[in-house]
Design a protein around this ligand. Sequence first.
Ligand code: MN
Length: 192
Amino acid sequence: MTENSLKKYREKRNFEKTPEPFTSEKISPDKPRFVVQKHNASKLHYDFRLEVNGVLKSWAIPKGPSTDPGQKRLAVPTEDHPIDYIDFEGIIPEGNYGAGTVIVWDTGTYRNLSEKDGHKINMEESINKGHVDIWLEGHKLKGGYALIRTGKGNRKFWLLLKKKDEKADIVKDILIDRPESVLSGRTIEDIL
Ligand code: MN
């Protein structure tokens, strides 16, 4: 199942030319993890990924995540990534898919809070249903977040939003305050 869901990821890339990981070996032994990668590709964006059943379920967030519950951020689903992508930082060379600099902007563990009719449901089911409720324990992102599929027919899209809780912050812009990698302390500009 894992191998099959990585087909798209692998088809888009030439692993002789990109330093990006190929495999899903670094599976978390206990709590599932998330990562937000800042990716300075042709257009700067943030990639939000959740460890689910041996892969990283992925969404591109053009404007990045927010700590303000009033800010709904568009989230564009992208292909599943291998687990080993979770700590990938570096430069995808010119001419390759997603060429540009990647840093691990935030990472940590998450808890699945998703429910349906008052019962807990697993991550795969909540993603299929288009309503994911999670609690993030990151270095930067903390508290409740939701990923919600909305719209109709061909006009369906996902939104990432901060839930209203004690971790919400409507004042601070975390993307500006904390631009650095949580792994290396480097910013995109440091690597360019
Ligand atoms: Mn990306």
